[in-house]
Design a protein around this ligand. Structure first.
Ligand SMILES: C[S@@+](CC[C@H](N)C(=O)[O-])C[C@H]1O[C@@H](n2cnc3c(N)ncnc32)[C@H](O)[C@@H]1O
Length: 277
C-alpha cells in the first residue's frame, strides 16, 4: 500500500473510509463507541477491500478532500489536491508577496480548481483565471467553483498552457503543472495509475510543462508580478536546465518542497533562448 494522496498513513485513510461508509461525520463527538450493525460492517469491508485490492486512493473512494482548509469534490478526472502551495495561500503568500497588490491571479493547470479557489478565498478582492487543457478536469473544477459560490470571481478557461489566454496579464501566476518524467512515471506505485496521466506526465525528463511556463509567463505578468511553480523532485533538473535564473526555493512548515518563485523581471524575456536563460 502507498499513502501519499492527502494522507501519509493507513490510520487516517482507514478512519476516512470507515466514517464515509457509515455516513458519519469526523467532527461528531457521538461517533466513537457506537455499535456497528452487520450491514454497515459489510459496507466498511467492501470499501476497505477496494482500497487494498484495487489500490484506489481513499480520496477517490470518498469523493472529497480538503485543501488550504477548504472542502473539495474530487474524482479520477483530477489529481488529488496535495500541493504544498496550500500553505503559501493560507499565509496569503507572506512574506514573499504583498497580498493587497494581487488583483489578478492565474492558476495554470487547475485540475479540481483547488489552487484557484483557495486563492480567491484568501484574496477576496482578486479575480482568478483557472486554466486547464482537460475538459474533464474543468467539469470537476466547475462543481467546486459552484460549491464555493465563486463563479463571479473564478473564470474557468480551457487552454493549452497560455494559448487561449490572449493578452491577459496577471499579478500572480501560480501553477502545479505535471512534472513526472517517463521513467519515474513507470515506477510509481499503483495508486498513481488512478490519477489522470495528463496531470502527472510531462515528457521524458518531466520538464516539458515547466519549460513552457518559464518561456511564456513573463508575457502574461504585470510589472512587479511573480510566478510560483511546484516542480517537486525535478528541482535539481530545473536548476541544472536554468543555471542563470535566480530561483527562490520556498520553505514549508508543513513539509514538501520543490516550489520556486521568480519575479516577472527575472523571467526570460519572450525572445530569449532557453539554454541558461
Ligand atoms: C499536477 S495537476 C495539478 C492540479 C491542481 N492544480 C492541483 O494542484 O491539485 C496538473 C494539471 O495540469 C493540467 N495540464 C496538463 N497539461 C496541460 C497543458 N498543456 N495546459 C494546461 N493544463 C495542463 C492537467 O490536466 C492537470 O489538471
Amino acid at each position: 500500500m502507498f499513502f501519499g494522496h492527502g494522507t501519509n498513513n493507513a490510520w487516517d485513510e482507514s478512519a476516512a473510509l470507515v466514517l464515509h461508509a457509515l455516513a458519519l461525520d469526523h467532527d461528531d463527538p457521538t461517533v466513537y463507541g457506537r455499535r456497528v450493525g452487520r450491514g454497515d460492517q459489510q459496507r466498511v469491508r467492501a470499501l476497505l477491500a477496494r482500497r487494498i485490492e484495487e489500490r484506489i486512493p481513499a480520496v477517490y473512494l470518498t469523493g472529497r478532500t480538503w485543501f488550504a482548509g477548504l472542502p473539495f469534490e474530487v474524482d479520477p478526472r483530477v489529481l488529488i489536491p496535495r500541493s504544498p502551495i496550500a500553505e503559501l495561500i493560507e499565509r496569503r503568500f507572506a512574506p514573499w508577496l504583498a497580498a493587497r497588490r494581487i488583483h489578478r491571479v492565474l492558476d495554470m493547470g487547475t485540475g479540481s480548481g483547488c489552487i484557484a479557489i483557495a486563492c480567491a478565498r484568501a484574496l477576496p478582492w482578486a479575480r482568478v483565471d483557472a486554466a486547464d487543457i482537460s475538459v474533464a478536469a474543468l467539469e470537476v473544477a466547475a462543481r467546486n467553483v459552484r460549491r464555493h459560490r465563486l463563479a463571479g470571481r473564478v473564470r474557468l478557461v480551457r487552454s493549452d498552457h497560455f494559448a487561449a489566454l490572449g493578452a491577459e496579464r496577471y499579478d500572480l501566476i501560480v501553477s502545479n503543472p505535471p512534472y513526472v518524467g517517463a521513467r519515474e512515471l513507470a515506477a510509481l506505485p499503483p495508486e498513481y495509475r488512478h490519477e489522470p496521466a495528463l496531470a502527472l506526465a510531462s515528457g521524458r525528463a518531466g520538464l516539458d510543462s515547466v519549460h513552457v511556463l518559464l518561456a511564456q509567463a513573463r508575457r502574461h505578468l504585470r510589472p512587479g508580478g511573480a510566478l510560483i511553480v511546484e516542480v517537486g523532485n525535478t528541482e535539481r533538473a530545473v536548476r541544472r536546465a536554468y543555471p542563470r535564473l535566480p530561483f527562490v526555493w520556498l520553505q514549508f512548515e508543513r513539509g514538501g518542497g520543490g516550489v520556486f518563485l521568480l519575479a516577472a523581471a527575472d523571467l526570460p524575456s519572450p525572445r530569449a533562448r532557453r539554454a541558461g536563460a
